[in-house]
Design a protein around this ligand. Structure first.
Ligand code: FES
Length: 170
């Protein structure tokens, strides 16, 4: 847990420190208290975000062409004008979908894994040709693509029933 910050601990002069320690201090990130400044620094906070899509690019999912899945999401979301991001990259600063690559989530034997939040739906065995359907059905119309949806969080059942001890890459 982060220790509470006070006016005296927030900033100290580097003049009395050795050059190495002073450099280390300079590299320390400054904690920003001002919410308005934070919002300016993170434009995503003013975008009408509705979904966050994670595509696993771990080793096993990559072997199942998850890069193509991610590219398909990017292409299709851009085409619909709903991919959040910088306009200079062809994205929409007011887009409603954030697309992120992530590391292994435990679907290694059944990738490519795609997770959609805040709905908590984890899709398995996703291929690039499935992406348009996921966008159209799930993201735009709120209907889970049941043929690919393997897990919905919070999960039903106990740890023992779900076989949660299985090996995976993380
Ligand atoms: S590599 Fe994607 S779930 Fe493990």
């Amino acid at each position: 847990m982060r220790p509470p910050r006070t006016a005296t601990t927030r900033w100290r002069s580097n003049l009395s420190l050795s050059p190495v320690v002073a450099l280390e201090r300079m590299a320390e990130p400054v904690f920003i208290d001002d919410v308005a400044q934070l919002r300016t620094l993170a434009p995503v906070t003013s975008a009408p975000i509705r979904h966050h899509v994670f595509v696993c690019t771990g080793k096993s999912c990559s072997a199942r062409d998850s890069a193509e899945v991610k590219d398909a999401f990017e292409r299709e979301l851009k085409a619909r004008g709903i991919l959040f991001g910088r306009e200079v990259k062809g994205k929409n600063p007011k887009g409603s979908v954030v697309l992120t690559e992530c590391a292994s989530v435990g679907f290694c034997a059944i990738g490519a894994a795609v997770m959609i939040y805040p709905d908590g739906v984890w899709y398995a065995q996703v291929r690039a040709p499935d992406v348009a359907e996921i966008i159209e059905e799930h993201l735009l119309n709120g209907r889970v693509v049941e043929r690919l949806a393997l897990l919905k969080l919070p999960a039903e059942g106990s740890r023992e029933e779900s076989g949660a001890d299985a090996d995976w890459e993380a």
